[in-house]
Each structure stands twice: as C-alpha cells, then as structure tokens.
Unconditional design. Structure first.
Length: 457
C-alpha cells in the first residue's frame, strides 16, 4: 500500500477538502475528458447529491463546481481571478474553459442540489454532463469526493482504484503491524521507510522541494490567521479569535504569572488560525482534510516554537511519519467526515500529528505507533455536525483540542517503551466500524447534533 505524502497533504482552498476541493477537482477531470472526446459541446449541467447537497452551500460546493467547470484547480487557485470569473458567469450564463468552446451554463438552472437518496458509491456524489446544441446529454460522468480532496469516478470506485497499490515500493506496508515488522527488519525509522517509498515513485528532489512547499504553505496560513481578525463569512457571525489569543499571550510574557497550561492556548491559537483561514476560503493544506487542516501544522509550530532543540530541518521527518499513519487510516478506514464522522477527520489528523511529534522527539517506531493509537482512540465516536453546514462551529476549536490531544498522546507514548494494550490497527478498525454504524445525521449532513440544537441564524 502506498499513499504519497503529496496525497495526504495537498495544497488547496477552503473551506472543505471533500466539499470544495473535491468538486473542483471533479469538474477539472470532466473538462479533461471532454477535451479527449470528439463531440461538439454546447453546454454543461451538474447535480450534487448526498452530503454535497445537504451542506453544499455552507461548504461552497456549488461555487467550487462552477469555478472548476470554468477551468480553475485547487492547487493554482487565484481568489481575485475567481471573483472576476464568477461575476462574468452570472452575467453571461457562459463558461469558457481552456481548450473548449464557450459553453452555456446558468448556475441557477444547470447546477442542482438533489436531496434524495445518496448515489450508491459514497455519501459525496456528483454528476456532471455535457450537452449538444439541442440540450441533449452527450457525455456524462459520476464522481465521488471520497475525502481529503481525493476524487474517483463511479467506475474507478467500483474497480477498487481507491485501494489500488500501484507500482511496487521498497516498504509496502498495509497495516501498522507490517510497518513495525518492516522497521525492525530493516533497522529504519518509519520516516526513512516512507522516504524510500517516495523517492522510488517521484525522486529525491521532488520530495525535498514538495515537502518544503507544503510546510511553507502551512506556516504562511498560520501567520495569516494570527494576523487577521474580523467576522467569518457564512452568516453565523463567528469572530476570528486566533489573533486575539496570540496578542494576549504575547502581552502576558514576562509577568511571572503564567500557568503551565497556557501552552495549550498557543497550540489552540496555531490550529484555530489555520481553520479560520480555511473557513474564510483561504489557501490551506489538507492534513488530511481541510476540516482538520489545523492540527498537524499547529503541532509542528508548537514543536518549533516551544520545544528545545527543534529545527525546521526535521519537518520533513515529521510530515513523512504523519503521512505514513494517515495512509494507514485512509486505506483501512476513512478520512471522510461524510463517511465516518469527525473521528475520521480530526481524529485522523490528531493521530498523524502525534506520530510526527513522537518521531522528531526521538520516539521508536513502536512508540510512534502507540502515540498515533492514543490520539485516535480518544476521538472514537466523534460526530461531524457543523452548524449551518459551515466549517466553523465546532470545527475551528475542535482542531485546537485535536492538537492538544496529539501532543499529550506523543508525550505519553514517549514515557513508555512502545508496548500497549490496544494496537493501532484495532483502533483504526474500530473507527471504521463506528463510522459504518453512525447515523447519517452525524456524518456531515447537518441534520443532527449541534447543527440542530444551536440557533444558526
């Protein structure tokens, strides 16, 4: 099993990897298919299903689909250009994607929200269609946004491409047990095995440059969030809080009145900064999703800013270790809130962050596995119930608590020898089963939990 660090961590836009990035990626893929077919196109249509319909407006799924059909992609997204393009589409009811003719597309009429039963493959489904001059459909594809910005066609999902192992890699572990056995036999750390796998697929230079960019985007996102205040969009009037928390913490320095638990406020500020940027539609890195994007960078900043001996030269080791754990969770369970609740998003992110921190603080592979298990275990059963379908309440604060749990989990694991009662594999399987049993009301539909018990207007 191989999932690249660049699949677990992807540069994109907020507020949601599955509901914003996914539809944009699907639309881009559909345009690519249109370019490859010999048809004469005149128009476009689409429909959003399941969770993409129920929380699509709050997650900007419609906006992302429209922009995707106009040629935008998450990794090269330009906000100012997007606003100009959206205004033109509203006025002309046309899109002009590169390499295709001008196409009729009236968002109000040609993009629908279907609140009926889910499409069969996944809770996040969408159908895209191209039409001829008479309005007849001449090309159609069903896409599923399966979490973390990953997109599959219906045929790809049915064929098991989401679990396709691809070309061989030196250390192809599919479970934590296999990972630990390979580490013991090879004498390599988890990060070293992951690095060897990445180099076998993409080369050393691609790995170095790509990981450096990931951390740069993560850190820039933290800095923007720590420097920006105001009200988040969407109608809930949620205030940005990260800047105020950071400013207060700085003002309190040197007073000799600081309680030890103040470090938790720093971790929360870092995480909330990222998720406030995400909620505002800013540039973030999936880690492994947008809704959980604050946990991993917050723990890295905690380590760099507050732990003696930390330095940026080891961020690659942190991210490679975290990606190895995230890959196990995705391969054997889910990282999608629409599929398994927030345990699959913030829970997975906390496990990844705990593993990464444990690694850079000298943990053995067994201790790293233990750290990931502790963090994931204590998110089991967590629902995804965003108020008004926005990635704001409870998502922003939840990332802060996920970071705090990750640091605590790593610390506990480092105090032991790596032996523990519940294996990480068992915890991942438990999360999968819990997600399968969880009511759809608590899986990113905003039909239960906080979403219906808190006034959202």
């Amino acid at each position: 099993m191989f999932l690249s660090v660049f699949e677990m961590f992807k540069v994109g836009i907020g507020p949601s990897s599955s509901h914003t990035m996914g539809p944009m990626v699907a639309a881009a893929r559909f345009l690519d298919r249109m370019r490859a077919e010999p048809f004469h196109y005149a128009g476009l249509r689409g429909s959003l299903h399941g969770s993409l319909a129920f929380t699509g407006v709050g997650h900007a799924s419609d906006r992302a689909t429209i922009l995707g059909l106009a040629g935008f992609r998450p990794d090269t997204y330009d906000h100012a250009q997007a606003e100009t393009t959206l205004e033109a589409i509203r006025e002309t009811h046309r899109v002009t994607p590169p390499g295709l003719p001008e196409l009729k597309f009236h968002p109000k009429d040609d993009l629908t929200f279907d609140f009926g039963p889910n499409l069969p493959g996944h809770a996040n489904g969408m159908i895209l269609m191209a039409t001829d001059a008479q309005g007849d459909v001449i090309l159609q594809e069903t896409y599923y946004s399966i979490g973390g910005g990953f997109v599959m066609t219906a045929d790809e999902l049915a064929a098991g491409k989401d679990t396709d192992e691809g070309d061989p890699v030196p250390y192809p572990f599919k479970s934590a047990v296999e990972m630990l056995e390979m580490a013991e036999r090879s004498g390599k750390s988890i990060a070293e095995m992951k690095r060897a796998n990445e180099i076998a697929r993409g080369g050393a230079e691609n790995l170095r440059g790509g990981v450096a960019r990931l951390w740069q985007v993560m850190n820039d996102c933290i800095e923007r969030g720590l420097s920006t205040d105001g009200i988040l969009p969407g109608g809930l009037s949620v205030k940005r809080r990260a800047k105020g928390i950071r400013d207060a913490l700085i003002a309190e320095r040197g007073t000799n009145l600081s309680a030890p638990h103040k470090i938790n406020d720093w971790m929360s500020a870092y995480a909330m900064a990222v998720n406030e940027e995400n909620a505002a539609g800013g540039q973030v890195v999936t880690a492994p999703t947008n809704g959980a994007a604050g946990v991993v960078p917050a723990v890295i900043r905690y380590w760099l800013d507050h732990v003696p001996g930390a330095h940026e030269g080891r961020v690659e080791e942190f991210l490679l270790t975290a990606a190895a754990i995230g890959g196990l969770v995705k391969f054997n369970a889910s990282i999608s809130g629409a599929e398994a609740g927030c345990q699959a998003e913030v829970g997975s992110a906390s496990a990844m962050a705990a593993a990464g921190l444990c690694a850079v603080m000298g943990g053995t592979p067994a201790q790293i596995e233990n750290a990931a298990e502790i963090a994931l275990e204590h998110h089991l059963g967590m629902t995804c119930d965003p108020v008004k379908g926005l990635v704001q309440v409870p998502c922003i604060e939840r990332n802060g608590l996920g970071a705090i749990k990750a640091v605590s989990a790593a610390s506990l694991a480092l105090r032991g020898d790596g032996s523990h009662f519940v294996p990480l594999d068992a915890c991942i399987e438990t999360m999968r089963q819990t997600g399968a049993d969880m009511s759809e009301r608590y899986k990113e539909t905003s039909l239960g939990g906080l979403a219906v018990n808190v006034p959202n207007c």
